[in-house]
Design a protein around this ligand. Structure first.
Ligand SMILES: [Zn+2]
Length: 569
């Protein structure tokens, strides 16, 4: 999942609602009174649900899949050889399980791959201090080991810049503020409480919530721009002054957990809010970005803070840093892995039910909770249906995305190619809530998709499902959750959730759903950190999630009608 608290407007874009306001699909009878006589929603026979549960608990492969993706393949940065290996391994694994048409679908061009080959960083004077640190993704290499003075430079004003002019050449520069760490009195992991779930169940239709209450306020937009300008100005200065290495402070976590994402690139400074929101950025995976970056690393906060405090005492620090990373320019395209269980009903076998999650990750950990978990669960859900020989009426299609961490890029490209796209929208009008210029271009399969189910909120089990304002689906999903009550999945909420690939569908009015999951340690420990590893995965939660996803997908493939859609007001 993309990170909401932090920054880039591109990431925020992934949380926004579709360009159109959607209303509910009118029920076939069209009025609330008539709904009383509406037929009960389709449900699979109890015997089938029991078999799904049994396969999902007794013969589960979900942890094996997870272990291979995280332990053997490791971190899967989009465009990297490891990501490609994961694409191929998931394709081949699903083929072995008997799924059909398993393939890689290219999208892009995305840019270059990046693989860390060798890295160390430590303080070598006035004493030796080993450091917990990681290079940022797509950081350039250093020219062998650089040993240089450490300077603390966290500029706030133009005067700060003036003061450091001519001071940074060849230096290793600490650019963040110290971050105070408090003792953790709250547990790191938690499950959703009954009260929290009850509140979610009562959430209003998001279409009726004023835009300012969704958190996208003018103040917030300005804050995003200010933060961008500050970062861009700083990188422009470091580059211009010839600094050797940029060092920042992990923005979250403690106890050696380091949260680290992509490298900063020097950027043009936008002159207005409109320019900021519609302006082009140079992302670090573009080849042209290499000359607009300096090598950069992120330090664990305990270590960063210590160095900052030593400098305040007037200590003269020297750091030795060696970053050896390899760019991969052979293939600028990125890939999604796709596989199918073909439909069996001649009337509706061309219709599609999709499920998936994103397979790309950040590089400091092994992308276990974000999001090998979702990948393994989606694969396992398909495996359960396939291994039981259930013969779904519609085609079931698994999609394992890449480029999610860079802004839902893989799913967006897939949806655009197969289903359709909103054209002419720019970020400024989206942020400002005026999307009049949008035009919808439909592709051939737009009418064929029933629904897409996504899992990308970590290792936590499924507690229910977000409807994204699609009230017509509520009775169906309530019926489908019924057999999973004692497994903790009870809640249907009208509310939206953002930050992940179901939005690529939702934005063009296709039913795309993300399940409600327990948070466990997602924001506190794993999400984009060096501790996002296999050992943070909860096996029972993964099995529960795969079982429920299998049941949802299977029933979507079996019902007479497609899942109802939201309609344009
Ligand atoms: Zn993520």
């Amino acid at each position: 999942m993309l990170r909401r608290k932090l920054l880039s407007v591109f990431a925020l874009y992934a949380f926004l609602l579709p360009g159109f306001a959607f209303a509910q699909t009118p029920s076939s009878t069209g009025s609330a009174t008539a709904n009383i006589t509406a037929p009960a929603p389709y449900q699979a026979p109890k015997e089938i649900i029991d078999r799904i549960k049994e396969e999902g608990s007794k013969n589960s492969q979900v942890m094996r899949t997870l272990s291979y993706l995280t332990d053997v393949i490791g971190g899967r940065l989009t465009g990297s050889p490891a990501m490609k290996r994961a694409n191929e391994w998931t394709r081949d694994t699903m083929t072995k399980w008997g799924l059909q048409n398993a393939r890689l679908e290219a999208w892009g061009p995305f840019g270059r791959g990046w693989t860390l080959k060798n890295f160390d960083a430590q303080i070598v004077a006035p004493s030796d201090i080993p450091l917990i640190a990681y290079p940022k993704a797509w950081s350039p290499s250093t020219n062998g080991t650089i040993t240089a003075d450490v300077v603390y430079f966290a500029p706030k004003t133009d005067a700060d810049y003036e003061k450091y002019k001519g001071q940074l050449r060849g230096k290793i520069v600490l650019v963040s503020d110290e971050r105070e760490l408090k003792a953790n009195f709250e547990p790191m992991g938690s499950r959703r409480t009954d009260e929290e779930l009850a509140k979610m169940a009562e959430a209003p239709d998001p279409a009726t919530v004023p835009r300012n209450n969704t958190g996208i306020t003018p103040e917030r937009m300005k804050m995003f721009m200010d933060r961008f300008v500050q970062g861009a100005k700083r990188m422009n200065f470091l580059l211009q002054e010839g600094a050797a290495v940029m060092v920042d402070n992990s923005f979250n976590g403690s106890g050696g957990t380091v949260f680290v994402q992509q490298a900063n690139v020097a950027q043009e400074i936008p002159k207005s809010m409109e320019e900021y929101f519609s302006g082009k950025r140079l992302p670090p995976q573009q080849k042209e970005a290499e000359s607009k970056m300096i090598p950069q690393i992120t330090l664990a906060t305990e270590h960063y803070n210590r160095l900052a405090r030593m400098i305040k005492f007037g200590e003269k620090l020297k750091m030795a840093v060696n970053i050896q990373a390899e760019y991969d320019d052979k293939d600028p395209m990125a890939y999604n892995t796709i596989a199918e269980i073909p439909g069996s009903d001649p009337r509706i076998k061309d219709e599609i039910v999709m499920l998936g999650g994103h397979m790309d990750s950040w590089h400091a950990g092994t992308g276990a909770t974000d999001n090998a978990a979702g990948v393994a669960v989606a694969m396992e859900a398909a495996r359960i249906i396939q291994s039981l020989g259930l013969k779904p009426r519609r085609t079931i299609r698994v999609a394992l995305w890449s480029g999610e961490e860079q802004g839902l890029l893989g799913s967006q490209a897939y949806v655009k190619q197969h289903f359709g796209e909103m054209k002419g929208g720019d970020m400024f009008s989206m942020m400002a809530g005026s999307e009049k210029t949008l035009q919808f271009v439909k592709q051939a399969d737009y009418e064929k998709l029933s629904a897409y189910y996504n899992l990308d909120n970590g290792t936590g089990k499924i507690r229910g499902v977000h409807l994204q304002g699609n009230a017509a689906v509520a009775p169906i999903f309530r019926a489908w959750l019924e057999p999973f009550k004692e497994m903790g999945a009870t809640t249907v909420t009208l509310s939206n959730t953002g930050g992940t690939d179901h939005l690529s569908y939702d934005r063009i009015g296709l039913p795309g759903f993300q399940f409600i999951q327990d948070e466990i340690e997602y924001d506190a420990r794993t999400h984009h950190s060096n501790q996002d590893v296999f050992d943070r995965i909860q096996a029972d939660d993964m099995k529960q999630a795969a079982t429920i996803m299998a049941a949802f997908v299977y029933q979507t493939a079996m019902m007479d009608e497609k899942i109802p859609r939201k309609v344009v007001k």
